[in-house]
Design a protein. Structure first.
Length: 440
């Protein structure tokens, strides 16, 4: 990364390529005379889009400050939004250089479709505002009409998310410094790995909340505990939790499938609360695909498959995983035409039972999804039978320690040398994490 880019927008972490392009555009507007006859070619609109919490509003706000010029905000809360837009651009046009900000442009357009024509006119109408740049955000780029994305309007569009581990690391280090926390290198690597596909707002919230909860001695593990609490609504138990052997096998099954067979997901951590065990999933890519959803279904089934391999049957607690597998399969099979093109559903709305849907069609959709789940179950069962020893080895470790980090899971499943002996004998485990011993 260029040193100058690292100093540009210092309060915005990561997004290096986007910053580089924004810096170029800033230079054009700061010195328009150098453009000569090409001043009219300056971009008139920049759209920042992405999931809620990705940092697009923060980026837009910080970037607008770099221009050191009057900034005008269109909030869309006025009774007459059309008049608000017209008057705002009239005020902006009186300045030699100005910024117009529209937060959540997609929401604004939803309220009144007529605003599209007004924005078109103000961005590249008969009377062009050479010194006015419009910055806007949107949660869904697809909701922005094509006319607004044409050349001379919002022709600069940036998908806002942290790209790659280096950008995630910069964000983690920045938020840690802001919270006054210091984490060792090993803990930092664990945080970067776990936060790889999380929004910047989630990373900041997890670190800040952990700093408040645990103080200066906060560890990486505690930050991850809080992160999963924010995402899933539960923290690992502080007190000793009596771990049932079946639950340990179940969670080890999830981890084993992810470790040995998944191409789209990896296993994060395993921990336990009073309500049961929990295995975190970490996507290897940001995008979703038929394969990634299919592997999510298989991972959901892996826990109960592990129970059946080790005990001959699965317990009541597997119903949550089964429900998730069937729900994912129902949507996947019927929206991706896996049950035949003639049965394809155009949208999720078509999947919901309605008066217009025949009972025969509903039963057909259900049967298709159940056949798909049964097929994935057989695939997982065949693969997991060969991994029984590894599953039991990880289960032993979970029974002993009550949790396992990603590094520990990988070491145990790879080494498979946590040896179980009769009660009262010492057992040793020689893995890549070093030698450990404990009394059974």
């Amino acid at each position: 990364m260029d040193n100058e880019i690292s100093k540009f927008l210092p309060n915005v972490y990561g997004l290096w390529r986007i910053k580089e392009e924004l810096k170029v555009i800033l230079g054009w507007y700061k010195d328009p005379e150098s453009m000569g006859k090409r001043k009219h070619l300056l971009p008139k609109g920049i759209l920042f889009y992405g999931d809620p919490g990705c940092g697009k509003t923060m980026l837009m706000r910080e970037y607008s400050k770099e221009f050191a010029c009057p900034v005008f905000l269109i909030e869309g809360n006025a009774e007459d939004v059309q008049t608000e837009i017209i008057e705002t651009y009239e005020k902006a046009s009186k300045e030699p250089l100005s910024i117009v900000i529209i937060d959540e442009l997609d929401r604004l357009i939803d309220k009144d479709g007529k605003l599209i024509r007004i924005l078109q006119a103000k961005l590249d109408g008969f009377k062009q505002n050479v010194g006015t740049l419009t910055l806007a955000t949107a949660n869904e780029k697809g909701k922005i009409p094509e006319p607004l994305k044409r050349e001379g309007r919002f022709d600069r569009r940036f998908d806002i998310y942290l790209q790659g581990k280096d950008e995630v690391r910069e964000a983690v280090e920045g938020f840690l410094a802001s919270a006054g926390l210091s984490i060792d290198e090993e803990g930092l690597e664990e945080l970067v790995e776990d936060f790889r596909f999380d929004a910047a707002s989630h990373i900041r919230a997890a670190i800040n909340s952990a700093a408040l909860r645990y103080g200066d001695d906060c560890t990486a593990e505690q930050i991850l505990d809080v992160s999963h609490f924010i995402a899933w609504g539960r923290l690992p138990h502080k007190e000793e939790v009596e771990i049932d052997r079946r639950v340990a096998i179940h969670e080890a099954g999830h981890a084993a499938y992810l470790h040995f067979f998944s191409k789209t997901m990896d296993c994060g951590r395993i921990y336990f609360s009073a309500s049961g065990g929990f295995t975190t999933l970490m996507p290897l890519k940001k995008t979703s695909s038929i394969l990634s959803v299919t592997e999510n279904i298989r991972c959901s089934l892996a826990g109960l498959v592990a129970e059946e391999i080790c005990f001959g049957y699965h317990g009541y607690g597997s119903h949550t995983d089964l429900n998730q597998a069937h729900s994912l399969a129902y949507h996947l099979v019927n929206t991706q035409a896996l049950n035949g093109v003639e049965n394809h559903c155009n949208s999720y709305e078509e999947l919901e039972p309605s008066k217009n849907m025949s009972q025969a069609k509903m039963r057909g959709m259900e049967r298709a999804s159940r056949r798909f789940v049964a097929k994935q179950y057989r695939i997982v069962e065949k693969a997991m039978k060969e991994k029984r020893r590894q599953i039991e080895a990880l289960s032993d470790f979970l029974m002993e320690h009550g949790k396992a980090s990603k590094k520990e899971i990988q070491a145990i499943l790879s080494a498979n040398s946590w040896c179980c002996k009769k009660k009262g004998e010492e057992r040793e485990w020689h893995g890549t994490l070093g030698k450990r011993s404990a009394m059974v």
